[in-house]
Design a protein around this ligand. Sequence first.
Ligand code: MN
Length: 156
Amino acid sequence: MTPPMQDHDSAELRPYQNGFRWDGVELRPYKQDDAAPYKAVSRQELFAHPALGCQLRYFEVAAGGYSTLERHEHVHAVMILRGRGQCLLADRVRDVKPFDLVTVPAWTWHQFRATAGEALGFLCMVNAERDRPQLPDEQTLAELRGRPEVAAFLAR
Ligand code: MN
């Protein structure tokens, strides 16, 4: 009989610290490459495990900042943890607040903006192995701006 797989080495508790930090988790820049436009975003990698094939990150967008407007094949599950703001999801702009859950399906344009004068922080679950995000070209941007609410969002 095969014994149950044991993996005691990855058993851990990471205590929460004040200020949306977790014990032993490094505060990193949002993206490794600065080719994609974004403003005032930090990243903490909270969890990754090969058996799950996913990563759980915490991103924080400072007041007035924004994540990259992008789309990709991989999917995100996002849970807002702090602050208020807005997200662009496909061709709609949605207000978000703590504990709202946002599903970003494959190939859906998305961007998070801290538009309410305060930081916007959220958990994001994602595949560990994932495709590279695409950025919008000028034609795509023009199409998105065709909706007044999206134009206003992108201009903030
Ligand atoms: Mn994304």
